[in-house]
Design a protein around this ligand. Sequence first.
Ligand code: BV8
Length: 240
Amino acid sequence: MVDVRVRSFESVVFFTGAGMSAESGVPTYRGKGGIWKEYDHESCACQTAFEREPEYVWEFHNYRRELVGKCEPNEGHLAIARAERARPAGIDVVTQNIDGLHQRAGSQRVHELHGSLWKLRCDACGWRDEDHRAPLPEIHCPECGAYKRPGIVWFGDNLDGTTVRTVMERMASCDLLVSIGTSAVVYPAAELPLIARRRGAVLVEVNPEETPLSEIYQVHMRCPATEALAELCEGLEAPG
Ligand code: BV8
């Protein structure tokens, strides 16, 4: 069995999806209880819907802010944050999640590929802010009065170029990549671990279920995120 404990590697990327936050009570997108089973993202979570019915899109996103706002980081988030404290320059989190739970657990080096539920912007005048109030009391831009937009990468939106370049660099320079709780069906995020694979890193997939990209991983941990992370981060003590 390959030794995949974080302490045996120099540079580690944790690549996380909704399954990372499932044990915190945040609904996943697909599979049992998935949010896209209940809501059609084309009517409540995309630019076209936002332009057509901004109030309904905000009703959906305020519902998510209230739901996610009540959730706490789980032992898996905390284990990753402890690992970063033990190895300040050696751990990065690349997340598809928008819930902010990695940051609330104490992780500093977090790259949000799909934006954040807590970030806001105005596409009419360029105003930006971060606001954790749930529900958001005001959905109009304080500068120009247009509707604020959640700072989320919706389907059909481009990802932020700077974030993608930084993430590609980290994937190309890590020696361990741990994918946690993603169904690997959303692109371009899903294929980013291939960069680490090409670089010769050890790839670990943490997911109770198989995914379309399972075969690129050398090690599969078919268990929940918290259980796998307790094992992977074993023996890593933060200094002091
Ligand atoms: C783009 C935002 C360039 C946040 C999301 C046609 C037109 C336009 C684009 C496309 C097109 N066809 C294809 C595309 C590309 C498209 C895409 O990939 N579509 C797929 C579905 C085919 N991608 C895009 O549009 C991206 N942009 O390509 O720009 C472009 C631009 C214009 C035109 C063409 C190209 C943007 C993608 C980002 C979309 N944003 N959501 C929100 O609203 O919530 S997608 C959504 O899925 C989330 O972001 C999420 O992060 C992402 C991936 O989901 P997962 O995180 O994997 O979660 P999921 O529920 O699926 O799986 C959970 C897993 O956890 C399961 O496997 C489960 O087994 C496991 N699990 C459960 N419990 C646990 C667990 N694991 C461990 N422990 C547990 N306890």
